[in-house]
Design a protein around this ligand. Sequence first.
Ligand code: ASP
Length: 443
Amino acid sequence: MSFKVVKFGGSSLADAEQMKKAANIIKADNSRRYVVPSAPGKRFSDDIKVTDLLYKCYDLAEKGDNFSEVLEEIHNRYREIISGLGMDFSIDEDIKIIESNFKKRYGSNYAASRGEYLNGKVIAAYLGFPFVDAADVIFFCENGSLDQEKTSGAIRNALKDKEYAVIPGFYGCGADGYVKTFSRGGSDVTGSIVAGAMRASLYENWTDVSGFLVADPRIVKNPEPIKTITYTELRELSYMGASVLHEEAIFPVRSAGIPINIKNTNDPSAPGTMIVPESHDEELSAYTITGIAGKKNFSAINLHKDRMNSQIGFCRDVLDVLAENGICIEHMPSSIDSMTVIIDSKHLSGKQSELLTQIRKRVNPDDMYVEEGIALVAVVGRGMRRTRGTAARIFAALAHARINVKMIDQGSSELNIIVGVNEEDFEQAVRCIYDIFVTAAEQ
Ligand code: ASP
């Protein structure tokens, strides 16, 4: 029988009203069987997430300071939710245990995880579903990575005779037996792991936006939503700054071929974005491109040396120096006698002259200089493979807007074209690419 795993983010569970919406969504479809909640998030823009309150509370506990006031604030968040839901339920005992474990210095991971743990218990009671502690089914290896095999086995075992269940997001059990969390936003990962282990037909990720948008709404006014996107396209866009889903959340479902549907708790009838495996990509995106994303703050190290092309190992030597300094490269456009390495500018701060000295010593270039203030714009779309002239349209749009293109890189999969522009031109570049592919297509 096909069924869904549903994950609700913090803003979808921030208070009793939001919780009711989530519960209605779950109850409206009985194939929504396994529920993965986050901790209560922000109720208004300068509110504090329960997870952040827990970090703050544990900080005090660790320093030996009085933390009862902050713990009380956390307790009150849940009290309000419980009473707003009209439930006869108490977490008093759990709060006492948490207080005592804070005094025993159980660690900040344990502390942060309690937001999901408590929320999971409240939601399970409200829905009438059994509660499965994530610390009993999600396991990490010694190096901090997920112990996939042990985890999948434990999840299947725990859920095999449960038609419905609530499994809190964000944490599991570390190799040392203590609670360990994923990085921030990690409930997305838990949902994906549960969906993958149980071979769900769909992983629904409920949040406060109706999926991904073709471009950043802070740059483009009212951008169109993305209806379908492949996992690979999403990787490209997320890397370049489009953030709705935790980066690690795609892997457990991707390997099992399970789609993810990003949905909006505040607008459940909106279709949201469907993230599909490559094999399902026959459904064309509405436009040639699927999305545009980008980031500022890159630098280019430009190197020139006569007859560079015949000097074996030149590029490798430059890259070796960067690797020795722990710097990963973003792009490496080259010509016969020159190469450019684009890196995140943060790698240069305070270290630029030392790095250039090392490169000079290793490859002795005729000329070398650094250009800062570069922005990268990624134009991503599986439709590009089938369409001619995509690059021409991008560059025509940029030329028309008098934007100077500093670098071009087309991935070998023909899935993306990356353009480097001056940071001052970044927003304008995104807008004019959006206009040529989306606005113009609609007229
Ligand atoms: N509550 C955690 C956080 O704020 C994890 C999550 O919401 O996914 O990062």
